[in-house]
Ligand binder design. Structure first.
Ligand SMILES: Nc1nc2c(ncn2[C@@H]2O[C@H](COP(=O)(O)OP(=O)(O)OP(=O)(O)O)[C@@H](O)[C@H]2O)c(=O)[nH]1
Ligand SMILES: [Mg+2]
Length: 281
């Protein structure tokens, strides 16, 4: 018998000789150890809404699970005709307990996708909930910076911001940059919201923010949704920190930006100015 086998036999004798309580405790510990190995726990859920992202989704999922911090991932899928949902479902067994999908019947808009994701997160134990696009405009490595702003620096909402030090946008046509930068100036002028990147969609919410916001009163869909969530968080008195990030235009797949989304944001901001904000009852 080898030395290792001898040690193993000795260990078994010790466990057998011990009482039933010890054996039960040993079994529970062993079970928990193997459970957490295959189902890593995380305090953080990243929500990614998807519509026709087949070129990006696989790479994105692999990237998020390769980060040094453990994040869970919820894909809110709107029945993409290109089969994005099938790719997610095919990958789920490889990431059991870490990768989840919420499927909806059709393209119902970004705002309601996130709200569905927030409700899903609140039914579970996550302390930090992230918004991120699937198109790699947001660099998944920056999730850790956003996490740190909330977990270590006391932010209730951390925003990945393009306009902290100049304009950190790569490959966006000048028209898009001007529109996005102009939107932030416009929003601050109309509503007083003291945020440099008001349309940003790369964020980390601490749980208490999502528990306080009354989702029934969040009305907008696209960019206006992003502005409305920030405005509401600010009005409710939460601490907001902007974290500088570099935003890169998507290289794969197609943009879902439309003139309807633009109009909603333009007029929506004016209506926000007159909206009464109160916490959830
Ligand atoms: N579930 C769901 N996801 C959506 C919907 N519209 C857009 N998305 C996703 O939301 C994220 C952002 O959409 P984009 O098309 O990149 O929109 P954008 O970033 O505002 O515009 P671009 O900068 O032009 O890419 C992506 O992951 C999209 O797949 C929708 O109606 N439902
Ligand atoms: Mg995009």
């Amino acid at each position: 018998m080898s030395e290792v086998q001898e040690e193993f036999q000795k260990a078994i004798k010790v466990v057998k000789a011990a009482g039933a309580d010890f054996q039960a405790a040993f079994m529970i510990k062993y079970f928990l150890l193997s459970w957490t190995k295959f189902h890593p726990v995380s305090d953080s859920l990243v929500i990614i809404p998807t519509y026709n992202e087949k070129e990006n989704i696989r790479k994105m999922i692999l990237k998020v699970f390769s980060l040094s911090k453990e994040f869970h991932l919820l894909i809110v899928e709107d029945n993409s005709p290109d089969g994005t949902g099938d790719i997610v479902k095919e990958m789920m067994p490889d990431f059991a307990g870490r990768l989840f999908i919420l499927e909806r019947k059709g393209k119902l808009g970004l705002g309601t996708a996130y709200i569905a994701g927030f409700k899903w997160a609140l039914e579970r134990d996550y302390k930090f909930v992230f918004e991120m696009d699937c198109d790699f405009s947001h660099n998944p490595d920056d999730l850790i910076k956003l996490y740190s702003a909330c977990a270590n620096d006391g932010a209730d909402l951390a925003i990945g911001s393009r306009y902290i030090k100049g304009v950190n946008v790569v490959n966006w046509p000048l028209g898009r940059v001007l529109m996005s930068y102009g939107a932030s100036i416009y929003v601050e002028f109309i509503t007083g919201l003291p945020i440099k990147d008001t349309t940003a969609g790369f964020k980390c919410y601490s749980r208490k923010v999502l528990e306080t916001i009354d989702f029934e009163r969040i009305k907008f869909m696209g960019y206006a949704f992003q502005i409305e969530m920030k405005y509401t968080t600010w009005k409710l008195g939460f601490k907001i920190i902007e974290v500088p990030i570099i935003f890169t235009d998507r290289t794969e797949g197609t943009s879902k930006m439309s003139s309807r989304i633009f109009k909603e944001a333009f007029f929506g901001v004016i209506s926000l100015r007159f909206k009464r904000i109160s916490p959830r009852k």
